[in-house]
Every structure is written in structure tokens, then in C-alpha cells.
Design a binder for this molecule. Structure first.
Ligand SMILES: *[C@@H]1O[C@H](CO)[C@@H](O)[C@H](O)[C@H]1NC(C)=O
Ligand SMILES: *[C@@H]1O[C@H](CO)[C@@H](O)[C@H](O)[C@H]1NC(C)=O
Ligand SMILES: *[C@@H]1O[C@H](CO)[C@@H](O)[C@H](O)[C@H]1NC(C)=O
Ligand SMILES: *[C@@H]1O[C@H](CO)[C@@H](O)[C@H](O)[C@H]1NC(C)=O
Ligand SMILES: *[C@@H]1O[C@H](CO)[C@@H](O)[C@H](O)[C@H]1NC(C)=O
Ligand SMILES: *[C@@H]1O[C@H](CO)[C@@H](O)[C@H](O)[C@H]1NC(C)=O
Ligand SMILES: *[C@@H]1O[C@H](CO)[C@@H](O)[C@H](O)[C@H]1NC(C)=O
Length: 296
């Protein structure tokens, strides 16, 4: 698993959806008092104690087909106390947010937790990603996207291929107008260096696309031809169909409206949810992008 995160220091009062964020499989249920549920309870109740010792941890309990595999990861910089507290909350949230699910992931502010009825360690799966956008504006999106690309490209290589980095890298540096630019990438250490790199490449691409999108100016609306409009509508329909039918986990948007459709420089529509400030990469790979600002 991976986290990718950047923020601009001087603008902290941004409206982004508070964690937890979740991904529920919705396609397989366990029943009350089943062996699977008992195993899940056992695992979930023990994880916060492990989290006071380890920032990343995996375990499994029970025997097939009721075996529960679980893994959590805290951001590497958090203290053991905060890691443990985060996992304590996450292990409650995951059961409330995905009740009955045999597979689920939650992302809290400082940690993520995942369980499944099947083993998922060591395998990268970047399908089923859920990009999330923040509608907040920044005055200099072009500058930001250059800095984002440059900084994150370097960090990704470091995290993936520098053994001493152990799949974690951060950078703090000046941005413009006295602002600072903070970035962080982290893969879970069960991934191979190449898979970590791949996962982060997918995430940085999304970040970069996002910044292209947010630089798109509404004045361009006047230039929209009917041909582009039809192509946009077609794109939205394809996107919706993908979410419903083809993504690994079915996603029902439930709030599809004009303000949730973003256009990139090539007028390709992207379905988004303005309530959220995070890019979530489902499953093995999460890109977590808080406090992004751009002009819509
Ligand atoms: C799982 O349970 C939920 C809530 O009870 C129900 O809506 C859903 O249809 C069930 N899914 C399956 C695959 O049984
Ligand atoms: C994790 O927690 C469980 C339950 O407290 C404990 O039995 C186990 O030894 C811990 N594992 C590690 C690696 O700390
Ligand atoms: C996990 O649960 C799903 C749905 O019940 C089932 O299709 C799958 O075979 C299970 N996997 C394992 C390894 O038991
Ligand atoms: C962002 O900028 C656009 C155009 O300048 C403006 O219409 C919009 O209200 C701004 N959004 C926010 C959240 O400030
Ligand atoms: C981002 O940076 C990398 C390496 O510095 C470069 O190869 C790539 O072309 C850049 N991407 C964009 C979209 O600027
Ligand atoms: C799972 O955890 C054990 C320690 O409990 C560790 O030895 C093993 O390397 C971990 N596996 C992966 C794939 O991270
Ligand atoms: C699972 O169901 C929940 C609650 O109905 C919904 O919010 C979520 O989008 C669904 N997840 C997927 C992957 O379909």
C-alpha cells in the first residue's frame, strides 16, 4: 500500500471531507456470529496493541474459508501512541462503515487498515482507484504542477529504490509567496521496489492530471463547441458505466451533477466528488492528496 501526500503550508482552513474514507467490497457478506465474524472481531481487537509497537503490520486468524487477513499501516512519522490510537479508531470504523463485508479498507488521517477473506500481501493492484478532488483554488496552478511533478518524481524513486528509505520519503521545501511545499510518499513494505514505483507512478500521474484539471479556467466554457459538448456527455456516460460495471469494485456515485464533472485541458471529463480532498487509490495502492487548491 502506498500513500502520497502533499500540502501547502500556509492555507490550512480548507474544506475537505474528514476521514475516515472507505472502500467496501459490497459483494460478499458474512453473517452475524459466523466464524468469519468471530475471526474478524479477534483480529480487529488486537491490532491497536500491535500498533503501539509496529507502524506496519500484517496478520491472519482462523482457517479457510473463514480466515481473516488484515494489514494496517501508519504514516511513518507518527508516534507509536498516535499510531495505536489511529488503528483503534480504524478497527471500529471499518466494521461500522462496511458492515458485513468480507473485504474492506479504511483510510484515517494517519493510518490505513485493510482486511479480506483472501491474502493480498505482496500483490499490487491499482485497479478500482477512486480519485477525489478538492475544489479549492490556488492562484498559481502551473507553478504548483511543476513543483509537484519534480518533487514527487524524485521522492518516488527514492522511496521505491533506495533501500535505506524503506519505502518512505518526504520533502519540505519553499514554494512561492513564502508558502512551503510538503510532500510524502509511502508504500507498504510487502510490495517489491518495482511495484512500489509502479503504484506511485500511477498516483503521481493522477496528481498531475488533477493539477491540469484544476488549472482549467471557466472562461474556456465560452469556447465549447457542440461537438465537444457531445464528446463530454459521452465521456461522462462511459465513466459512469465504468464505475458501475467494469471497475474491480462497483462504485455508485450517487451525486452526479454538473459541478461534479471536471474537464481537463483536452476537454476530457472526469467524474469527481467535491466533498473530498483526497485521491484514493483502492486496494494495494492509495494516493492521499490533501489540501490541493486550484482554479476551476
Ligand atoms: C449484504 O448485506 C447488505 C445489507 O444487509 C445487503 O444490502 C446486500 O444485498 C448483501 N449483499 C450480498 C452480496 O449478499
Ligand atoms: C499482536 O497482537 C497480538 C494480540 O495482542 C499478540 O498476540 C501478538 O504477539 C502481537 N504481534 C506482534 C508481532 O506484536
Ligand atoms: C472470499 O469471499 C468471496 C465471497 O464470499 C468468495 O467468492 C471467495 O472465494 C472467498 N475467498 C476465499 C479465499 O475464501
Ligand atoms: C475558484 O475560482 C473561480 C473562478 O475564479 C470562482 O468562481 C470560484 O468561486 C472559486 N472557488 C473557490 C472555492 O474559491
Ligand atoms: C515529470 O517529471 C518527470 C521527471 O522529472 C518527467 O520525465 C516528466 O516528463 C514530467 N511530467 C510532466 C507531465 O511534466
Ligand atoms: C507479515 O508479518 C510478519 C510478522 O508478523 C512478517 O514476518 C512478514 O514479513 C509480513 N509479511 C509481509 C508480506 O509483509
Ligand atoms: C458499497 O456500499 C456503500 C453503502 O451503500 C456505498 O456507499 C459504496 O459506494 C459501495 N461501494 C462500492 C465499491 O460499490
Amino acid at each position: 500500500m502506498l500513500l502520497l501526500y502533499f500540502s501547502i503550508a500556509s492555507i490550512l482552513d480548507l474544506a475537505y471531507a474528514d476521514p475516515p474514507n472507505r472502500l467496501c467490497s459490497n459483494n460478499s457478506n458474512y453473517t452475524d456470529n459466523s466464524p468469519f465474524q468471530n475471526n474478524l472481531e479477534t483480529v480487529m481487537s488486537s491490532l491497536s496493541s500491535n500498533a503501539s509497537v509496529s507502524k506496519i503490520f500484517n496478520t491472519s486468524t482462523g482457517i479457510d474459508p473463514d480466515r481473516v487477513y488484515a494489514q494496517y499501516m501508519c504514516l511513518n512519522y507518527v508516534t507509536s501512541e498516535r499510531c495505536s490510537a489511529c488503528i483503534a479508531v480504524a478497527s471500529q470504523d471499518i466494521r461500522h462503515l462496511c458492515p458485513g463485508d468480507k473485504e474492506a479498507v479504511v483510510w484515517e488521517e494517519l493510518c490505513q487498515l485493510r482486511y479480506s477473506n483472501q491474502s493480498f500481501l505482496g500483490s499490487l493492484d491499482v485497479s478500482g482507484n477512486i480519485p477525489q478532488y478538492n475544489a479549492k483554488n490556488i492562484t498559481n496552478p502551473e507553478d504548483l504542477s511543476l513543483v509537484v511533478n519534480k518533487t514527487l518524481s524524485g521522492l518516488i524513486k527514492k522511496a521505491a529504490f533506495d533501500p535505506s528509505a524503506n519505502m518512505y520519503a518526504t520533502e519540505d521545501g519553499p514554494f512561492t509567496n513564502g508558502d512551503s511545499f510538503f510532500s510524502l510518499v509511502q508504500c507498504s513494505t510487502d510490495l517489491s521496489p518495482n511495484d512500489c514505483y509502479k503504484c506511485l507512478e500511477v498516483a503521481i500521474k493522477k496528481c498531475y492530471d488533477l493539477l491540469q484539471i484544476v488549472s482549467w479556467n471557466p472562461r474556456k466554457r465560452a469556447q465549447l463547441s457542440w461537438r465537444s459538448r457531445i464528446s463530454i456527455i459521452d465521456g461522462i456516460a462511459k465513466g459512469t458505466l465504468y464505475l458501475h460495471e467494469d471497475s474491480r469494485l462497483r462504485i455508485i456515485h450517487r451525486d452526479l451533477k454538473a459541478s461534479n464533472i471536471l474537464l481537463d485541458n483536452n476537454m476530457n471529463p472526469k467524474i469527481s466528488d467535491f466533498g473530498m480532498a483526497r485521491i484514493m487509490e483502492a486496494n494495494e495502492c492509495e494516493a492521499n492528496t490533501a489540501r490541493i487548491m486550484g482554479t476551476l
